[in-house]
Design a protein around this ligand. Structure first.
Ligand SMILES: [Zn+2]
Length: 155
């Protein structure tokens, strides 16, 4: 399935075609902010001193400035219709979203558990938060008659 030349390359389209993208590919990606715009720099797999820029254009969607990307990915046979740089950048963005969601979940759990710092994982913190929701049953013990303790000598 080739992508029509004038089609907007959406995040969803690429995200559904991440087959073949490994953690090694994702490791070659890093996000950079240009002003408030986030772009991705992807190291070339052929020339490690080269980096390509993956960015999003409002009209055309995801783009890459690699030789293939600048010519409309004419030589790409992958079903996504885009180079691996774009796919790795989107895979990286998905990992970032996942990490952010986990961090947010951890923050919510920390708040629920009433802790400001923790080095436990989400699952453990979830258990702590659940435990803290339950009221500790109050055990009433009948008072026992005990002779009072006194330092004074008894007569
Ligand atoms: Zn590219």
């Amino acid at each position: 399935m080739a992508v029509a030349i004038n089609a907007t390359i959406t995040f969803e389209h690429i995200a559904s075609h991440l087959e073949g993208i490994t953690s090694t590919h994702i490791g070659m990606v890093h996000a950079v902010f240009v002003g408030s715009k986030k772009i991705y720099k992807v190291q070339s797999s052929i020339d490690t001193t080269k980096e390509y820029t993956v960015y999003r254009s409002k009209s055309r969607g995801y783009q890459c400035n690699c030789p293939s990307g600048t010519h409309g990915w004419w030589n790409v046979t992958h079903p996504s219709g885009v180079c691996w740089h774009v796919r790795a950048a989107v895979a990286c963005a998905l990992e970032e979203r996942k990490a952010l969601a986990e961090q947010e979940q951890l923050n919510t759990l920390k708040q629920a558990a009433g802790v400001s710092y923790t080095d436990v994982d989400c699952a453990t913190l979830k258990r702590i938060a659940e435990r803290n929701k339950k009221q500790t049953p109050v055990v009433t013990v009948a008072p026992t008659r005990q002779a009072g303790f006194s330092l004074l000598k008894r007569a």
